[in-house]
Design a binder for this molecule. Structure first.
Ligand code: NAD
Ligand code: UD1
Length: 337
């Protein structure tokens, strides 16, 4: 019995593969390597001693996904595959709708055909929109975004709920991630953005390694303790363990639940910069800039549902996240290249 990770070669998928293998699960990965490197597989093997079975396929293509199910006994699926850049999604929205929605539909269709009843989905805190006030809890109304990426997450959540309502034995957990950063403490796997990073931590580490001259801090006049944006940063290893807990829960449940994966604490952009400097004994040059369009002032989770339902809570600190992000970046200044 195996767990299929679509998009399992990516940042969050690779860390989840490691944690699932450590917990004794058999892991199979399906990924088209559109945003990841084949080297991830060897790195997972170095860390765990096990090389997952790997299918290089587009998971929107039904016959290829069917082949994976025909050749293996798949007990559950964690669906990571998709495009994830917010700014890119505003430039090429149709590609985002095509890839993110198609992959989800294909995987769910094949699961139904092959009677596979357990599904975990990579959703995002972005579904809380800009009208709710943090801490965000799972009962709050969700809303559409100003970008196609966020809208695909909202739509897929709805697709899963409708599908779940039609199949009593189906079980799904919609994991709403807050801000995953950090890397495996081995320094062997981590986030490897293509081109100029949009997210805070890869921008900080690239500045520290000398690829970028300075970090632009977007907005210093928010209604927050130091005026900069506040986010719920979560260590990717904690996040990965959250998936192990979600799969364990979903395997013995029915119905669909949305669950936040966050620490429950907010940290400001400047707090992250200062913690990074302290953890790594480095200086990050910063330039204070105007707000970035589309950003909310404060986003952090109410993390109690994950604890009560899944028995999971985040354990690693912002200091750990900063140390491990830098350990990964300095050992792999060009990512997997
Ligand atoms: P990632 O880009 O590193 O991983 C996604 C993987 O999916 C990549 O390996 C890519 O090659 C693969 N992929 C994309 N389209 C595919 C297709 N059609 N067929 C097969 N493989 C395909 O991203 P990540 O940061 O690991 O994120 C994983 C998931 O979590 C994504 O769905 C993302 O939207 C979601 N998410 C990420 C964050 C974050 O901050 N990283 C936050 C919230 C939600
Ligand atoms: C962004 C996405 C969100 C997505 C999430 C995880 C937007 C508007 N939102 O969220 O949909 O789910 O990434 O992928 O893009 N910052 C800087 N300088 C930088 C980069 C970021 O000051 O160079 C600030 C931002 O203004 C923000 C904070 O750092 O206040 C965190 O930014 P980021 O890492 O991009 O995450 P989110 O904005 O939370």
């Amino acid at each position: 019995m195996a767990i299929l990770l679509t998009g399992g070669m990516g940042f969050i998928g690779s860390h989840t593969a490691v944690e699932l293998i450590n917990e004794g699960y058999e892991v199979i990965i399906a990924d088209n390597l559109s945003n990841s490197s084949p080297k991830v597989l060897e790195r997972i093997e170095t860390i765990t001693g096990t090389k997952p079975l790997f299918y290089e396929i587009d998971v929107a293509v039904k016959k290829d996904v069917e082949k994976v199910f025909d050749e293996n006994k798949i007990e559950g699926v964690v669906h990571f595959a998709g495009y994830k850049s917010v700014p890119e999604s505003t430039r090429i929205p149709l590609s985002y709708y095509r890839n993110n929605i198609d992959t989800a539909l294909t995987v769910l269709e094949v699961m139904k055909e092959r009677d596979c009843r357990t599904f975990v989905f990579s959703s995002s805190a972005t579904v809380y929109g800009d009208k709710n006030k943090a801490p965000f809890n799972e009962e709050m109304p969700t809303s559409t975004s100003t970008n196609a990426y966020g809208n695909t997450k909202l739509m897929i959540e709805q697709i899963v709920r409708d599908f779940s309502a039609s199949w009593e034995d189906f079980s799904a957990v919609l994991l709403r991630y807050f801000n995953p950063i950090g890397a495996h403490p081995s320094g062997l796997i981590g986030e490897a953005p293509d081109g100029i990073p949009n997210n805070l931590m890869p921008y900080i580490t690239q500045t520290a390694v000398g690829v970028r001259e300075f970090l632009g801090v977007f907005g210093t006049d928010y209604d927050t303790p130091d005026g900069t944006g506040v986010r719920d940063f979560i260590h990717v290893v904690d996040l990965a363990r959250g998936h192990v807990a979600a799969i364990g829960y979903a395997l013995k449940s029915k119905g669909t639940e949305a669950v936040n994966l966050g620490t429950g604490n907010g940290s400001s952009v400047l707090e992250v910069v200062h913690t990074f400097e302290e953890a790594n004994d480095l200086k990050i040059p910063v330039k204070l800039l105007p707000r970035r369009p589309g950003d909310v002032a404060t986003s952090f989770a109410l993390a109690t549902k994950a604890k009560e339902l899944l028995g999971w809570e985040a354990k690693l600190t912002l200091f750990d996240m900063c140390k491990d992000s830098w350990n990964w970046q300095k050992n792999n200044p060009k990512g997997y290249n």
